[in-house]
Design a protein around this ligand. Structure first.
Ligand SMILES: Cc1cc2nc3c(=O)[nH]c(=O)nc-3n(C[C@H](O)[C@H](O)[C@H](O)COP(=O)(O)OP(=O)(O)OC[C@H]3O[C@@H](n4cnc5c(N)ncnc54)[C@H](O)[C@@H]3O)c2cc1C
Ligand SMILES: NC(=O)c1ccc[n+]([C@@H]2O[C@H](COP(=O)([O-])OP(=O)(O)OC[C@H]3O[C@@H](n4cnc5c(N)ncnc54)[C@H](O)[C@@H]3O)[C@@H](O)[C@H]2O)c1
Length: 457
C-alpha cells in the first residue's frame, strides 16, 4: 500500500501562478498541497516584478528630488545608492512573501518544502518530504534565466537582475542586452536603474527597435524622452566578443567596441522543466522547453494542468496569476478558460513607457483598417499639473467596429493611461464608450478620453 499523503490538488511551484492556483483550488473547497523548492513568492516577489519596481520607484524618487533641488525646493546632495536601495527592496519583498505565507495558511493550503518530481501522473516525490498523491496536479515551475553566451566574457561579468540586486555599487560601465522573449522591456528598466546609479550604460538591441509594442515612427521620440538618462541606445547590434573591459558589437555600420565592465541580460528567460520528471507524467515539452496548454490550462494528460512561465505564454506575472487561478479552479473540478487578450506591459523607466495591443504594422498585416490619433502631453492640464513634462499617447481603433486596437504611451502617467486602455480593450469597449469616460481633473485619464473623442464618429 502506498504511504503517499493524499490531496485533491497538488501544485508544483509557489510563484505568481502556483500561489494563485493553490488559493483558488482551496477557495473551491479542495485540499491542496503547494510544493516549493525555495521560497513561496517565486521570481515575481523575490527577483523580478517586486524588487525591480521597488528599485525603480526609488530611482524615480531620486530624479524627482534632483528636479526639486534644481527648482530650489530641496537640498539634495546625495547620489542614488544602489546598495541601500537593494537592502530596502529585499526587506520589502520579504514582508510581501511573509504576507503570502499568511494567506496560504489562512486558506489551509499545506506548503511542502522541497523539490517535486513526477513518479507517475498523480504521484510526486518531494525531496526530503516523501510522496504526495493528488487527483489533479498543477505545474507552475516557472522559468530560469538563460543569458546568451558572449565569446571571451568571463562568467562573473555576465549578470542577470538577481545579481544586480546583490550589488553594493554599480559597475563603471554596463552593456545591457535588449530584445528577448519579453521584447526587451526589462532591459529598458535595468538600463534606467543602472544609469541613474552611475554606470555608463549602452543598451544594445538585436532588432530594429528597443520599445516593444510601439510603432516604428515613435521609436526615435521615445529614445529622446529617455535621452536625459544618458543611455546610449544601439539598434541592430549584436555582441560578437569581449576584449578586456570592452565588448565588440556587430552593427550595420561595422564593428563597434563599447565599454562593458559588465554585461547584463534581463529578459532571456526560458521555461524550466529541469528535474521535474515530466516524462513520467506522460508529458513532452515543446521546442521552446514549455509545457503546451489550452485556454483551460489543460496539458492533454487528464488531471495535469500547467500555468505561468512554464507554459511559455505571456511570460508576465499578470498572465501567470490569471492562468494560475484558471488551472487551480479546473484542477478542483470547475470548467473555466483563461482570457488573456489585451495584456499591457508597463516599463518603469523614467519617465515610464507602456503599451497594449497591436502596433500599426501588425494591425495592417492582420487586415485591420485603423483610425489613429497621437496626442502630445505638452500644455495639457494633466501634464502641467505634474510639472509640465513631455509625453505622448497614441491610440489606434478598428475603423469598422470602433474597438480600441492599441494604446502606446510615454511620459508621466503613461502607466495609468495604458492600464485604463487595457481594461477598456479587455471589455471590448469602443472609442464612443471611451469618449464618454468622466475622468478626474487634472488626471492622465483625461488624455485617454480626449484621444477617444477625437476618434469617435
Ligand atoms: C527583470 C524582470 C522583471 C519582471 N517584472 C514584471 C512585472 O513588473 N510585471 C509582470 O507582470 N511580470 C514581470 N516579469 C515576469 C514575471 O517575473 C514572470 O512572468 C512570473 O514571475 C512567472 O511566475 P511563475 O509562477 O510562472 O513562475 P516563478 O515565479 O518562477 O515560480 C516558479 C516557482 O516554482 C518553484 N519550482 C520550480 N520547480 C520546482 C519543483 N520541481 N519543485 C518545487 N518547486 C519548484 C521555484 O522555486 C519558483 O518559486 C518580470 C520578469 C523579469 C525577468
Ligand atoms: N502581476 C500581477 O498582476 C499579480 C497580481 C496579483 C498577484 N500577483 C502575484 O501572485 C502571487 C499571489 O498573489 P496573492 O493575490 O495571493 O497575494 P498578494 O501578494 O496580493 O497578497 C498577499 C496577502 O497577504 C496580506 N499581507 C501582505 N503583507 C502582509 C504581512 N506583512 N503580514 C500579514 N499579511 C500580509 C495582504 O493583505 C494580502 O491579503 C504573488 O506572487 C503576487 O506577487 C501578481
Amino acid at each position: 500500500m502506498s504511504t503517499a499523503r493524499r490531496f485533491d490538488v497538488a501544485v508544483i511551484g509557489g510563484g505568481a501562478a502556483g500561489v494563485a492556483a493553490a488559493l483558488e483550488a482551496a477557495r473551491l473547497g479542495a485540499s491542496v498541497a503547494l510544493v516549493e523548492a525555495e521560497r513561496p513568492g517565486g521570481s515575481c516577489v523575490h527577483f523580478t516584478c517586486i524588487p525591480t519596481s521597488i528599485l525603480l520607484d526609488a530611482a524615480e524618487g531620486f530624479v524627482r528630488a534632483r528636479e526639486l533641488a534644481v527648482a530650489g525646493v530641496l537640498t539634495a546632495s546625495e547620489t542614488f545608492q544602489l546598495g541601500r536601495a537593494n537592502d530596502r527592496a529585499r526587506a520589502l519583498a520579504r514582508s510581501l512573501a511573509a504576507g503570502l505565507e499568511t494567506s496560504l495558511r489562512r486558506a489551509r493550503v499545506e506548503v511542502v518544502a522541497g523539490h517535486a518530481s513526477f513518479r507517475e501522473p498523480g504521484l510526486l516525490t518531494v525531496a526530503g518530504a516523501g510522496e504526495l498523491a493528488a487527483d489533479a496536479v498543477v505545474i507552475a515551475s516557472g522559468a530560469r534565466w538563460e543569458p546568451p553566451a558572449v565569446p571571451g566574457l568571463p562568467a562573473d561579468r555576465l549578470a542577470t537582475p538577481d545579481v544586480v540586486q546583490s550589488w553594493r555599487e554599480p559597475p563603471p560601465s554596463c552593456l545591457i542586452l535588449g530584445g528577448g522573449p519579453s521584447g526587451g522591456v526589462f532591459a529598458l528598466e535595468y538600463a534606467t536603474l543602472l544609469a541613474l546609479a552611475g554606470s555608463a550604460v549602452t543598451l544594445a538591441a538585436p532588432g530594429p527597435s528597443v520599445f516593444a509594442g510601439f510603432d516604428d515612427d515613435l521609436q526615435p521620440l521615445l529614445a529622446d524622452l529617455l535621452q536625459p538618462l544618458g543611455i546610449t541606445v544601439l539598434v541592430g547590434a549584436v555582441p560578437l566578443r569581449a576584449e578586456g573591459e570592452t565588448v565588440v558589437l556587430a552593427t550595420a555600420a561595422g564593428e563597434r567596441p563599447v565599454a562593458a565592465a559588465c554585461v547584463l541580460a534581463a529578459d532571456p528567460r526560458v521555461p524550466s522543466v529541469r528535474g521535474l520528471g515530466i516524462e513520467c507524467a506522460g508529458l513532452t515539452p515543446g521546442a521552446d522547453g514549455a509545457i503546451p496548454v489550452d485556454a483551460a490550462c489543460a496539458t492533454g494528460v487528464p488531471g495535469i494542468f500547467a500555468a505561468g512561465d512554464i507554459t511559455g505564454q505571456g511570460m508576465r506575472s499578470s498572465t501567470a496569476a490569471v492562468q494560475g487561478r484558471t488551472a487551480g479552479a479546473n484542477a478542483a473540478g470547475e470548467s473555466r478558460v483563461a482570457r488573456l487578450s489585451a495584456v499591457p506591459w508597463l516599463a518603469h523607466t523614467v519617465p515610464p513607457v507602456a503599451a497594449v495591443g497591436s502596433t500599426a504594422a501588425a494591425a495592417q498585416q492582420a487586415g485591420i483598417p485603423l483610425a489613429s490619433v497621437t496626442l502630445g502631453f505638452e500644455g495639457t492640464a494633466p501634464s502641467v499639473a505634474r510639472g509640465g513634462h513631455p509625453g505622448l499617447l497614441r491610440l489606434h481603433a478598428d475603423r469598422r467596429t470602433g474597438e480600441i486596437v492599441s494604446a502606446q504611451a510615454a511620459g508621466p502617467g503613461a502607466h495609468e493611461l495604458v492600464s485604463a486602455a487595457a481594461a477598456l480593450m479587455q471589455t471590448e469597449a469602443t472609442v464612443d464608450q471611451a469618449a464618454a469616460l468622466v475622468a478626474w481633473h487634472p488626471s492622465p485619464l483625461e488624455l485617454l478620453a480626449e484621444a477617444a473623442r477625437r476618434l469617435a464618429g
